[in-house]
Design a protein around this ligand. Structure first.
Ligand SMILES: *[C@@H]1O[C@H](CO)[C@@H](O)[C@H](O)[C@H]1NC(C)=O
Ligand SMILES: *[C@@H]1O[C@H](CO)[C@@H](O)[C@H](O)[C@H]1NC(C)=O
Length: 353
């Protein structure tokens, strides 16, 4: 081995007792290409490299101080929750704001990231605060997910956490009225009503809930009113309770029909005569159908088609409960008798749920 030995005699070196000291603005010590540079202390002596305040030691581009810091740094430690932690159970629709927390033993900042699984839909993780926030989804489920806490040196610790979502009991507010029974469903409730009631919350008394043939409501549109053997231009669409005039038929072959739009439970009907002193129906029968093709008579207690009393004046409203509740989409009013010298006029309403 060849060694080049520095010859310091041309430097302003000073020898203090056992020290050889160089004081110079900058000092370069370099070997020639292929040459080695050796600092060698005596037995029991140290080699000391001591950068100035704010300075560092660089070895082939690597900052030795940062490198040592990194080597010595410790990974984060989960603090608030254990590594396998439940962050709680939440009811659908409520606000979620829970946090995970890890600390860096070296005192640095932590970044959080979901690395596996899924947070509940509608929630997110704040990467700087570790807060999982949002609104609990409308579903009954448990969500398990992994979160990685990473410190500024890239050291990390992983934790597995879970959040349980409990679907809200939709029946808790007792939404069903009038003795209806509530059943819980996802995102909604379902009421099973006692026989006289209907509507979403059994709030309707079916025998007095009009489907809306009445001229003041017109929930049933003109297109769902039809008739057979109509007199002159007194069309079916006029045959609405409380309308200005009414529908007028010709004979016992005439009928006025209401299409309810879908099969409903029909409880009662009401009629008036045509708005003129002679055109009112004294009696009628009712027919009903689910498909508009095959019609059945409403049967009375004597086993034959029930004869409903119409009215004894053109304007009075006469309401009848059906002998039993029927399921029907189409209801036909078929005049049987009418005021002498007149024609069978009708204005009608149908009630049910
Ligand atoms: C040595 O010093 C000179 C001038 O001061 C400088 O240009 C050069 O880069 C230095 N060499 C090393 C290896 O630092
Ligand atoms: C995370 O939380 C901090 C502090 O509350 C907030 O300033 C920041 O906007 C949040 N970040 C996101 C992405 O919401």
């Amino acid at each position: 081995m060849q060694y080049f030995v520095l010859f310091f005699s041309f430097l302003p070196g000073i020898v203090y007792g056992s020290f050889f000291q160089i004081d110079y603005p900058n000092v370069n010590v370099s070997a020639e290409p292929g040459g080695d540079l050796t600092f060698e202390a005596g037995i029991g002596g140290d080699v000391i490299l001591k950068p100035g305040a704010g300075g560092t030691v660089i070895i082939a581009g690597t900052d030795l101080r940062k490198f040592i810091e990194k080597v010595k740094s410790l990974p984060p430690i989960w603090t608030k929750q254990s590594v396998h932690g439940s962050l709680g159970a939440f009811t659908s629709g409520t606000k979620i704001a829970v946090s995970v927390e890890a600390m860096d033993p070296d005192g640095g900042k932590i970044q959080y990231k979901v690395i596996s699984g899924h947070l509940p839909p509608g929630t997110s993780l704040n990467s700087t605060t570790g807060v999982v926030g949002g609104t609990a989804p409308d579903i009954d489920a448990s969500y398990t997910f992994g979160i990685r806490a990473t410190d500024q040196h890239g050291k990390y610790a992983d934790g597995t956490f879970s959040i349980d979502i409990r679907e809200k009991d939709q029946c808790i507010s007792n939404p069903c009225q009038n003795g209806g029974t509530c059943s819980d469903d996802f995102g909604r409730y379902k009421c099973t009503c006692s026989s006289d009631y209907g509507g979403e919350r059994c709030e309707l008394r079916c025998d007095s809930n009009p489907f809306g043939v009445d001229n003041a409501k017109k929930t049933i549109p003109d297109a769902q009113m039809s008739a057979h053997y109509t007199f002159s231009n007194h069309f079916a669409s006029n045959g609405r309770l409380h309308s200005r005039d009414g529908w007028i038929g010709e004979s016992t072959s005439s009928w006025l029909q209401v299409d309810l739009g879908e099969v409903r439970s029909v409880y009662s009907v009401a009629t008036q005569g045509y708005r003129s002193s002679t055109y009112y129906t004294l009696s009628y029968k009712l027919q009903y159908s689910t498909d508009g093709n095959s019609f059945h008579d409403v049967i009375g207690s004597n086993g034959s088609p029930k004869d409903f009393f119409g009215s004894s004046s053109y304007d009075s409203v006469i309401k009848h409960y059906l002998p039993s509740i029927i399921s029907a989409r189409f209801i036909r009013f078929v005049p049987l008798t009418w005021h002498t010298g007149g024609k069978p006029g009708l204005r009608v309403e149908v009630y049910g749920c």
